[in-house]
Design a protein around this ligand. Structure first.
Ligand SMILES: CC(C)(COP(=O)(O)OP(=O)(O)OC[C@H]1O[C@@H](n2cnc3c(N)ncnc32)[C@H](O)[C@@H]1OP(=O)(O)O)[C@@H](O)C(=O)NCCC(=O)NCCS
Length: 152
C-alpha cells in the first residue's frame, strides 16, 4: 500500500514475519522499546504462536519498520498489542500508517472494535489515530496505562 509519510511516498506492507531475521528484529525492538526496566521479555512466549494471535511486521521493501500483534481472541473487539516503530523511523507517519493497516486487517476479518492498553507516552499518538479512553476490565502488564478503544 502506498502511504505518504514525511519522508515521501513509500510502499508499505503489514504482514507476518517471514524468517528468523524478521523475528529477531521484532524481539530486539520489543525488548528495547516495550520491556525496558525490570520487565522480563521472553522470545518464546506462547502468545506469539497462538492460533488467535497475529504477529505482524511493517516493512518497506526489504526494510523492517515496526511491529505489533493483533489479538483476535475476543469475539467483540480485537486488541492491538506490542505496538512499536523502529526508533530511527519514528515521527514520520509510520506508526499511524501501521495502525490504519491493522484496522483494515481486523476489519477484513470481521471485527468492528479495537482496544489497547496505551502507555502514558503513547496516549497522544493513539488519540491522533482516533482512539479514546474506554473502561476495560482486562489487566495490563503496563503499570500506568490508559485503556483506549475505537469503533471501525
Ligand atoms: C508510539 C509510536 C508507535 C508512534 O509511532 P510514530 O511512527 O512515531 O507515529 P507517527 O509519526 O505516525 O505519529 C502520528 C501522529 O501522532 C503524533 N504522535 C506521535 N507520537 C506521539 C506522542 N508520543 N504524543 C503525542 N502525539 C504523538 C504525531 O505527532 C503525529 O501527529 P500528526 O498526524 O499531527 O503529525 C512510536 O513512537 C513508538 O514505537 N514508541 C515506542 C513504543 C511505544 O510506546 N509503543 C506504544 C505502546 S502502547
Amino acid at each position: 500500500m502506498m502511504i505518504t509519510t514525511t519522508q515521501g511516498a513509500v510502499d508499505l506492507a503489514l504482514r507476518p514475519p517471514q524468517d528468523r531475521t524478521e523475528w529477531q528484529a521484532i524481539h530486539t525492538l520489543r525488548r528495547r522499546s516495550l520491556f525496558a526496566g525490570e520487565q522480563i521479555y521472553r522470545e518464546n512466549h506462547p502468545d506469539d504462536r497462538a492460533g488467535d494471535q497475529r504477529v505482524l511486521t511493517l516493512v518497506s521493501g526489504g526494510e523492517f519498520i515496526g511491529t505489533m500483534r493483533a489479538d483476535l481472541s475476543h469475539p467483540v473487539w480485537a486488541a492491538f498489542r506490542l505496538v512499536a516503530i523502529a526508533p530511527y523511523r519514528r515521527g514520520h507517519g509510520y506508526g499511524s500508517a501501521m495502525i490504519r493497516m491493522a484496522e483494515d486487517f481486523v476489519r477484513e476479518r470481521g471485527w468492528r472494535r479495537v482496544r489497547l492498553h496505551a502507555v502514558e507516552e503513547a496516549v497522544g499518538f493513539y488519540k491522533r489515530c482516533g482512539f479514546h479512553p474506554v473502561s476495560w476490565d482486562e489487566p495490563s502488564r503496563i503499570e500506568k496505562c490508559v485503556d483506549m478503544g475505537k469503533s471501525l
